[in-house]
Design a protein around this ligand. Structure first.
Ligand SMILES: Cc1cc2nc3c(=O)[nH]c(=O)nc-3n(C[C@H](O)[C@H](O)[C@H](O)COP(=O)(O)O)c2cc1C
Length: 156
């Protein structure tokens, strides 16, 4: 068990739809064909730098609120930034955003912070924008699956 890679999902899910999306990411990441990846899913307020330091890759998830990432995810970054700064350079990551109508401010903000951290964006971020559509769920599942399968295959 000790040699299993660790995939961390830190995602804010304040509504039934966003809970569905986070569960879909988790389901994809835990696909039965992927054996050597251990997946941990945390709400941002329950996650901290120790979780980041212990993982091999990370998926971030947030709503867009008032043109920015959720306060909860921002708080996670506020608490994790300096403890991680010197120790997590190159950490493979991707993210998804649930935005009622935009999402660009949130994307820019996440890219800015993760550029500061020198994390490595290894997969195109997913923007679930506009009125909620069922296809978002499949897209989130795919995001989790690709990230986990890539980690499993040693691609990063
Ligand atoms: C206070 C508040 C501010 C919001 N601001 C934005 C925004 O700036 N841009 C945007 O695209 N959506 C915005 N939304 C919509 C949320 O992104 C959306 O409701 C959330 O992702 C949950 O999605 P759901 O309604 O499908 O559960 C806002 C929602 C709330 C409650």
């Amino acid at each position: 068990m000790g040699d299993r890679k660790k995939l961390l999902v830190v995602a804010h899910a304040p509504s039934p739809n966003t809970l569905i999306l986070r569960q879909a990411v988790e389901r994809g990441a835990q696909h039965p064909d992927i054996e050597a990846v251990e997946v941990t899913v945390l709400a941002p307020l329950d996650a901290g730098p120790e979780d980041v330091l212990a993982c091999d890759a990370i998926i971030l998830g947030t709503t867009e609120n008032l043109g920015y990432m959720s306060g909860a995810l921002k708080d996670f970054f506020d608490r994790s930034y300096y403890p991680c700064l010197e120790k997590t350079q190159g950490l493979p990551f991707t993210f998804y955003i649930r935005a009622g109508h935009d999402g660009t401010g949130t994307r820019r903000a996440i890219e800015s912070i993760t550029t500061g951290l020198r994390w490595r964006l290894v997969q195109e971020p997913l923007l679930c924008r506009g009125e909620y559509r069922d296809e978002f769920e499949a897209q989130c599942e795919e995001l989790g699956l690709y990230m986990s399968a890539s980690l499993d295959a040693g691609l990063f």
